[in-house]
Design a protein around this ligand. Structure first.
Ligand SMILES: [Fe+2]
Length: 330
């Protein structure tokens, strides 16, 4: 269950209203790489690992909740940056908040002009955040990546944190407000921390590459196709061992010739770059598949099942259904 704590995780403050920056910051509220997307992504991913990987469930839920806390900070900041817009809409003649910041009719118009960089702020939200991007594009579940394979999901999360980090870094270039900058630096830094958490979690999974169980056909795992003319760049992505633990890249200098000679890669051509054989791969696939199945079977209950225990004193899901305390267990 969720429990709301009224104190923000980071004390959001602003020096003065700034509708233009509020509009830009909306990107991190309802945009593709924003806090809502991050919170929903980790929340969604957590269901599938509740019983199979309870320790990763705990981490995903903690980070999802932190992203919700960040969403709250961003929403609070946007609202404060729009201070006065709401009041102005209620009573145009009333000299409240925002109006006290401006000296003349011209200044007021200038402020409205700034708010109009995102027209939603005036007629639709009335001076608050909305689940849209800074361009007014409605938030979409298509921003969410959850594949049900933990290694895939963790890699998606590392990418999501990278994107969120860089958006905050760029947003920092558009505001001089020291209070707002302080919040942005905090939020940006937490993305760095989350990146490391997901990376460390990924590394804690044995056989985390390739994703899934199947190892891939060794005829093709280590091949690099030189598919453009002119000068070719060489580096760890196409020479030496790169990040392979075993074998090294096989550089196909002339892919057209290679494809014709191998009849479209189906003829019995030698495996290059790796000492793995097809037999070995088949054996690994079967072994890893069996191991994974057993692990999940042992962790996930069948038949009667229970998500949490009361109180939840262990990280793992209880599986065993807790009977009623009334003594009338059924
Ligand atoms: Fe994050």
């Amino acid at each position: 269950m969720f429990h709301h704590v009224k104190e923000l995780q980071f004390n959001a403050r602003v020096s003065q209203p700034d509708p233009r920056f509020a509009s830009l910051l909306l990107e991190q509220f309802g945009g593709a790489n924003g806090e809502l997307a991050a919170a929903m992504q980790y929340f969604l991913q957590s269901f599938g690992v509740r019983q199979s990987h309870p320790e990763k469930y705990d981490m995903l839920m903690d980070i999802a909740n932190e992203e919700m806390s960040h969403l709250e900070i961003v929403g609070a900041t946007i609202t404060m940056l729009l201070e006065g817009v709401n009041a102005e809409l209620q009573e145009a003649a009333d000299k409240t908040g925002w109006m006290s910041m401006v000296n003349s009719k011209g200044d007021k118009e200038e402020m409205f002009q700034q708010a109009m960089t995102n027209p939603q702020f005036l007629p639709i939200t009335g001076g608050g955040p909305a689940f849209t991007s800074s361009q007014g594009v409605p938030w979409s579940a298509s921003y969410i990546h959850a594949n049900g394979d933990l290694t895939v999901d963790l890699r998606s999360n590392i990418a999501a944190e990278s994107r969120a980090k860089i958006v905050y870094e760029r947003l920092l270039q558009f505001t001089d407000d020291p209070y707002v900058r302080e919040s942005l630096v905090f939020l940006m830094t937490r993305e760095i921390a989350h990146y490391k958490m997901f990376e460390s979690a990924l590394e804690s999974i044995e056989h985390n590459f390739p994703p899934g169980v199947r190892q891939g056909d060794p005829h093709f795992t280590h091949e690099y196709y030189n598919l453009s003319n002119g000068a070719s760049a060489r580096g760890p992505w196409n020479e030496g061992s790169g990040t392979w633990n075993e074998g090294e890249w096989s550089y196909v200098e002339d892919p057209v010739k290679h494809v014709i000679e191998t009849q479209g890669n189906i003829s019995d051509h030698p495996i290059e770059g790796t000492s793995k054989t097809m037999e070995e791969v088949e054996r690994m696939n079967a072994e890893l598949g069996k191991k994974r199945k057993e692990k999940i079977k042992a962790a996930v209950g069948t038949g009667e099942n229970q998500w949490s225990s009361y109180p939840q004193k262990e990280v793992a899901s209880p599986k065993k259904v807790q009977k009623s305390q009334a003594g009338k267990s059924d």
